[in-house]
Design a protein around this ligand. Structure first.
Ligand code: ADE
Length: 247
């Protein structure tokens, strides 16, 4: 997969994408990354990419021309990319979006800065994503979030195959992941649920399922409607929602 970013701060991507799992995934050819400087598609001495909004108001907007021209250029080289924009007004980015994007051959992340982008630019977008209900100073962090979540789904990106198996279990079930523990079994007075030390895989699976339901009911009750629960599990989830079981 080829992933590209268009930004006025193209140097911001490599410290993250060249390190650790992302760095290894690039070195082993799982994905290629290139960042493009939007100012390369300006024509004035100051390499201007922004202008004041029509109708007045504070702040500056990104001008349409550099972005249109950049996309004309970048898209003409190689296969047509899937073009993603970032904005707090976009669709909330989630794991299903990451899975869909992981099937693309080429993704281009267009990162806005300043107070926003001229609305006409969004006609170029295949997707517009928000990563949450808060306002960032630009789309670069959102692009990094998207890239990380997509790359880790690509074959060969994660060394440990088991971690993606467990994860898909939790996603298919629509529940948050269960609690996990490692050695030591006692730390600062805190133990580990006895069943996890028992070696009984059936009981471990049962505990994990119930723990996932409990955590989802406590922290993300909004997910329960989409989760695949049987009637006993619903009764259990409702008891958590009513606050009947507490730590
Ligand atoms: N740009 C500014 N804020 C953003 C957000 N929350 N998500 C995506 N892009 C953004």
């Amino acid at each position: 997969m080829l992933i590209e970013a268009l930004s006025v701060i193209p140097e911001i991507f490599s410290p993250y994408l060249d390190a650790s799992i992302m760095g290894r995934a690039q070195k082993s050819g799982v994905f290629e990354f290139a960042a493009h400087d939007l100012r390369n598609w300006t024509h004035d001495r100051h390499r201007t990419v922004d202008d004041a909004p029509f109708g007045g108001g504070p702040g500056m907007l990104m001008k349409p021309a550099p972005i249109f021209e950049a996309l004309d250029d970048i898209c003409s080289r190689g296969p047509m990319p899937h073009v993603v924009f970032f904005s707090p007004c976009g669709a909330r980015f989630d794991q299903r979006h990451a899975e869909r994007l992981a099937t693309k051959e080429r993704i281009l992340c267009v990162c806005g800065r300043y107070e926003g982008i001229d609305e006409r630019v969004y006609t170029l977008a295949d997707d517009v994503f928000s990563i949450g209900d808060y306002v960032l100073t630009g789309g670069e962090l959102a692009a990094l979030v998207l890239i990380d979540s997509v790359v880790r789904l690509l074959p060969g990106a994660l060394g440990d195959e088991a971690s993606s198996v467990d994860e898909s279990f939790s996603l298919e079930s629509g529940l948050l992941e269960y609690a996990q523990y490692t050695r030591p079994s006692e730390y600062r007075g805190m133990g580990v649920p006895e069943v996890l030390l028992s070696g009984d895989h059936g009981r471990v699976d049962e505990w994990r399922r119930r723990n996932a339901i409990e955590r989802t009911a406590r922290w993300r009750p909004d997910l329960l409607d989409q989760a695949d629960l049987d009637s006993d599990e619903w009764a259990f989830a409702r008891s958590i929602l009513r606050g009947e079981l507490s730590d």
